[in-house]
Design a protein around this ligand. Structure first.
Ligand code: MN
Length: 733
């Protein structure tokens, strides 16, 4: 009855003959001679070595290979399983293995050896580095990680022979590194087993208490399971659906997790039993769901359709919880045999169907690619670790586009993550978001089922702050890429400018130096490929302008030459220069806006558009009156010449409040004004004034002048008012 769960128990009497027999069933066409040669080689290499259990060492590689057969992996993997410890423990060279058993097998063994050498330390920084290496090893050939998982499975099963300290450390490492990997690769059979083993060594008290409780009513429970299965089978027969019904207690770890999540004790956990119905096709899955829901009372909110919307690791199934025959909650999973294969074996299932085409299976795992891309963009490995850990967390939220398409994002994802999931350009241009038709702040946490509409603006660009908002590696990577490109562009323009002005001092120009081909000298000297690269290096201060001038034959540079060009510049040009050079470091000033690093500039907000922090803005130099800040969408700035524009940004350290008007239209109900006011005040927002008007059509119209810190606070206020039943619309006035 429990046959569908793969049994990974340690097999003390497993022999090569038995292994060959099993492989013959599962891979009938394969080269069994090679498999035997592998075994003989491994046995010779490990000869005389014993495991902590006292058994000959070879029993370990044999069991690892056995596990790979159970996962239905290909022959290369099984052979690598037999050989996986030879390079590390027996000083066999990878070349030897390649010569005897082929390049593929050697590569997997080398990958496993590399991972074994990673010393997982408690310090997060080094652990992150190791994890990074592991992902790199995995991306080269996913089979490496599957062999490694099989290795870890067997080691965890024979952990009782180790010291207590070793048990704890191994179990913790398994829970931190291997369980998330198994989960992300969709190998649920391995994940479930590993988790229970970890629980046993990390929280033995809880593990044995659970084991005891479940064993206590074993008889009773088994007959209950039997009864329920018969009941389901009869109902299915009634509707002439054929399938396989099984049932059993849930994994300890999942019960433990539930206890933790709900903060309750074992006695209060009700749904300890899980049933599974396996059938032939998808239509019948829904049919069976209907049958079960009519036979038992479903528990509201517990139905999940992972068939229509598969998990990111390709898991598909219907889940529901119902009140069983004895008023006990039971969980029922319904899926096809094929889906079950994928659920138990995850990526490993790919090798069964597409044996020769391993790159295809790898390609299916887009997240590995994304991780690799991210890997190249990050210096800090603990940051990388965070992102990896987050991405490995399979639990996600399903978000709908207004067109009804579905995206799965990880928990905690924000509208900004969603925007980047739709398209990089959408992400880059995001100015706001509506969730289920209402405005929300960009840092809003999305919930499953939310429909998200992204509002974009052509003039919007990503900012550093977005890195704090985003939770998915895709979004973070794209924002970083953008910021890097912008910085490079700025440096290029600045560098060209500095060089041009410097050359002017010596009565020449970039153009004329280029004509004489003198830049060649510098490009060669510093190994730059293009003139552009030279500009970037000047602009970013990596190459002092003096070095350039000295190297150019047309420039007669002497140490006494004055290199300060500022005085010659006109008013606007000096502005630019100062702004760029001071880098945006000054943040402690009293203005709401930083004018490209200048402290001592008078700044006013445009009355026409009344910008508040978070709005995309630009500054306009006013004759003699400092700078006026306008929103990028303000019609006034179109009238003003481009040359008077300066770059400005919001000062994050500025905490004054900004007045802004919002217009609220409501159904005219008594007390509505005070209700809205209360809601605004409760959010900690100050109301400066309120104007109320009753309209002839039974609608109320209010204009509130409120004080907000920034744009997102405004959005938050607006959305909290919108949520009121009586409110028809809320707009910025
Ligand atoms: Mn091993």
């Amino acid at each position: 009855m429990f046959a569908e769960r793969i049994d990974f128990s340690h097999e003390a009497s497993l022999t090569i003959d038995e292994l060959v027999k099993r492989v013959e069933v599962h891979l009938p066409e394969s080269d069994l001679g090679a498999l035997r040669r592998c075994y003989e080689f491994a046995e010779r290499m490990h000869a005389g070595i014993k495991r902590s259990s006292g058994e000959p060492y070879i029993i370990h590689p044999l069991n690892v290979a056995g596990t790979l057969v159970k996962l239905k992996m290909d022959l290369d993997s099984i052979m690598a399983g037999l050989l996986h410890d030879t390079v590390e423990d027996c000083e066999v060279s990878p070349e030897e293995i390649a010569k005897m058993f082929g390049q593929n097998v050697a590569q997997i063994v080398v990958g496993c050896t590399k991972i074994s050498k990673i010393k997982f330390k408690t310090k997060e920084e080094s652990q992150a580095e190791n994890f990074r290496k592991m992902v790199v090893a995995m991306a080269q050939d996913l089979r490496v990680i599957i062999v490694k998982l099989a290795d870890r499975m067997h080691n965890m099963r024979t952990l009782q022979y180790m010291t207590k300290e070793k048990q704890q450390a191994k179990a913790q490492e398994t829970l931190d590194i291997y369980v998330p990997l198994a989960s992300r690769l969709g190998i649920n059979s391995v994940k479930g087993d590993l988790e229970d083993l970890c629980l046993r060594y990390i929280h033995p008290d809880i593990y044995y208490r659970l084991a005891e409780k479940i064993a206590m009513k074993k008889r009773e429970r088994e007959s209950y399971i039997e009864e329920t299965i018969t009941l389901i089978e009869e109902k299915m027969l009634e509707y002439s659906v054929q399938g396989e019904v099984t049932g059993r207690p849930k994994h300890f770890y999942s019960i433990y997790k539930k206890m933790q999540q709900r903060g309750v004790d074992f006695e209060q956990i009700q749904d300890l039993l899980a049933f599974r119905v396996l059938i032939n096709n998808i239509t019948e899955c829904y049919k069976v769901l209907g049958i079960i829901h009519s036979a038992f009372t479903p528990v509201p909110g517990r139905f999940k359709d992972y068939i229509a919307i598969p998990k990111v690791n390709n898991y598909q199934s219907l889940h529901t919880t119902v009140i069983g025959p004895k008023a006990e909650r039971i969980e029922i999973q319904i899926r096809t045999f094929e889906m079950h294969e994928v659920a138990e074996r995850g990526v490993a299932a790919h090798w069964k169907y597409k044996e020769r085409n391993k790159s295809d299976a790898v390609n299916k795992l887009k997240w590995v690619e994304e991780l690799m891309e991210f890997n190249q963009n990050v210096e800090n490995s603990s940051e990388f670790m965070d992102v990896v850990k987050n991405d490995l967390d399979v639990g996600g939220v399903f978000i709908f586009t207004p067109q009804g398409d579905v995206k799965e994002l990880r928990y905690g994802a924000t509208p900004l993550d969603f925007a980047y999931a739709v398209h990089t350009e959408v992400g880059n241009k995001t100015v706001g978001a509506k969730v289920n038709g209402k405005m929300v702040p960009l840092k809003y946490r999305l919930k499953s089922g939310d429909t998200v509409e992204i509002l974009t603006s052509k003039t919007q660009t990503p900012s550093k702050d977005w890195l704090k908002i985003c939770k998915t590696s895709r979004a973070i990577t794209k924002i970083r890429q953008h910021l890097m490109k912008v910085e490079r562009d700025e440096h290029r323009v600045l560098g060209e400018d500095i060089l041009e002005k410097a050359l002017k001092k010596f009565d020449t120009s970039i153009k004329s130096i280029e004509k004489k081909q003198e830049f060649k000298i510098i490009l060669e000297k510093y190994h730059y490929k293009t003139l552009e690269e030279l500009f970037v290096n000047i602009g970013s201060n990596h190459l002092p302008i003096k070095e350039v001038l000295v190297a150019l034959p047309s420039v007669n540079f002497t140490e006494t030459d004055e290199l300060d060009f500022k005085e010659d510049d006109k008013e606007l040009e000096s502005f630019y220069k100062k702004t760029q050079k001071t880098a945006r470091k000054s943040t402690s000033n009293d203005n709401a806006v930083i004018v490209d690093g200048l402290d001592d500039v008078m700044v006013k907000m445009g009355r026409c558009c009344n910008p508040i922090p978070g709005d995309p803005i630009t500054g306009i130099i006013t004759r003699g009156r400092g700078i006026t800040v306008h929103t990028l969408g303000c019609p006034r700035i179109v009238e003003i010449e481009k040359s008077r524009n300066v770059y400005v940004e919001w000062n994050k350290h500025y905490t004054f409040s900004h007045p802004v008007n919002i217009k609220v239209t409501t159904h005219d109900k008594p007390g509505i004004l005070s209700k809205i006011s209360k809601s605004i005040n409760n959010a900690g927002i100050n109301i400066r004034s309120a104007i109320a008007r009753s309209m002839p059509d039974q609608k109320g119209n209010f204009i509130f002048e409120i004080e907000v810190k920034d744009y997102s606070e405004l959005l938050k206020t607006i959305s909290s008012i919108e949520q009121m039943e009586e409110v028809i619309s809320v707009n910025r006035a």
